[in-house]
Write a protein that binds this ligand. Structure first.
Ligand code: ATP
Length: 305
C-alpha cells in the first residue's frame, strides 16, 4: 500500500493542478461555453524556467473556420521585458493572451517560449508559468485567505500575508472583523473594484510566475486608486515577461515595445517615442486621449481576457 501512496499522491496533485487550471481558464477567460479543446501531446514536456522569452511567429487564427481573426501576427517579448498591445475594440488583443495561455491552438505559425512551441508543453506547466491580472477579478465564495492563496495552494500563512502586504491589501483585511477569514464573493462581503484587483495582484505575487498578462480595466476605478494600482502592477511586472492589453496609453509609455493592432493585423510597432514620431495611428490615438476624447470608448464592463 505504501508503494501505491506516492504515485496516488502524485496523481492527486496532478488532478488538483488540472482542476485549478480549468477553473482558471473558465473564470479568467469567461468562456465556459467554448468547445474546441486543446490536449497535451503524448510526449509533451513540462515548462521549467524562471526566464521566459515569448515569440509569436506569423500567427493566423480564427475562432471559427469561416472567420479569421488574426493575420500573420509576429512579435517577441524578450525575457523580463514588457510588450503592450493597443488597438480598437475587436482588433484581436485579448485573443493574443488566450492563445498564449493556449486556450486555443493557432491555425498557422507558432507561439514559442524559450524557442519551444507551446503545443509541445504540458498545459498545466504552461499555465503555472503565467499569472493573469484580469480586467475584472472573479472572487471565489470563500475567505480572503483562500482567494489569495489560490495563486499557490500550498502557501504558508506567512507567505500569504507577505503577498497581501506587497499588494497593499493587508491593512484593509486586518480592518475587517474576521480578518483573513472574511468570506467574500457573491455570497460574502462585496469588495470594490480596486480591492478585487489587489487580491488578484496578491495572488500573482504569491504565484510568482515568470510570465504576466495584464488586461487593463477599461473603467471602474477612480483616478487615484487607478494610479496607485498601476504603480503596484509596474512593480509586479518588473523582471517578468509581461504582455499588457492596454486601453489607456498613458499607462504604457514605458513599455519596451508597443504594437498597434487593427482588424487582426499588426499595424505599427515601436516604443512610445518612436510611434509618436511615426505620426500614424498610435500618434492619433495618443493625441485623442491627451485631449480627453477617448477614440475607443470602453464597452460596458469589457470582457474577461
Ligand atoms: P476589446 O478591446 O473590445 O476587448 P479585443 O481587441 O481584445 O477587443 P478580441 O476579444 O481579441 O478583441 O476579439 C477579436 C475578435 O474575435 C472579435 O471580433 C470577437 O468578436 C471575436 N471573438 C472573440 N472571442 C470569440 C469567441 N470565443 N468566439 C468567436 N469569436 C470570438
Amino acid at each position: 500500500l505504501t508503494q501505491l501512496y506516492a504515485p496516488l499522491n502524485f496523481l492527486g496533485f496532478v488532478y488538483r493542478e488540472i482542476k485549478h487550471a480549468l477553473a482558471d481558464m473558465e473564470r479568467m477567460f469567461g468562456l465556459m461555453e467554448q468547445g474546441e479543446e486543446v490536449a497535451d501531446r503524448a510526449d509533451a514536456r513540462p515548462l521549467q524556467t524562471s526566464q521566459a522569452a515569448i515569440r509569436f511567429n506569423n500567427v493566423d487564427f480564427g475562432y471559427e473556420s469561416n472567420r479569421q481573426i488574426l493575420f500573420d501576427v509576429s512579435f517577441s517579448i524578450p525575457a523580463g521585458k514588457t510588450l503592450a498591445v493597443v488597438g480598437s475594440s475587436g482588433a484581436g488583443k485579448s485573443t493574443l493572451s488566450r492563445l498564449l495561455f493556449r486556450f486555443y491552438d493557432v491555425h498557422s505559425g507558432s507561439i514559442t517560449i524559450n524557442d519551444t512551441d507551446v503545443r509541445d508543453l504540458t498545459q498545466a506547466s504552461l499555465r503555472q508559468h503565467i499569472g493573469i491580472v484580469p480586467q475584472d477579478t472573479v472572487l471565489f465564495n470563500d475567505s480572503i485567505l483562500y482567494n489569495i492563496a489560490y495563486g499557490k495552494p500550498d502557501a504558508s500563512e506567512q507567505e500569504i500575508v507577505q503577498a497581501a502586504k506587497a499588494a497593499s491589501i493587508h491593512d484593509f483585511v486586518m480592518s475587517l472583523p474576521d480578518g483573513y477569514q472574511t468570506q467574500v464573493g457573491e455570497r460574502g462581503l462585496k469588495l470594490s473594484g480596486g480591492e478585487k484587483q489587489r487580491v488578484a495582484i496578491a495572488r500573482t505575487i504569491l504565484k510568482n510566475p515568470p510570465i504576466l498578462i495584464l488586461d487593463e480595466a477599461t473603467s471602474a476605478l477612480d483616478t487615484r486608486t487607478e494610479r496607485v494600482i498601476q504603480d503596484e502592477l509596474r512593480l509586479v511586472a518588473r523582471d517578468r515577461t509581461t504582455l499588457i492589453i492596454a486601453h489607456r496609453l498613458s499607462t504604457i509609455v514605458d513599455a519596451d515595445e508597443i504594437i498597434v493592432m487593427d482588424h487582426g493585423r499588426v499595424l505599427e510597432r515601436g516604443s512610445h517615442r518612436g510611434l509618436i514620431q511615426q505620426d500614424g495611428r498610435y500618434a492619433q490615438m495618443w493625441a485623442l486621449q491627451q485631449s480627453g476624447q477617448d477614440p475607443d470608448p470602453p464597452s460596458d464592463g469589457g470582457d474577461a481576457i
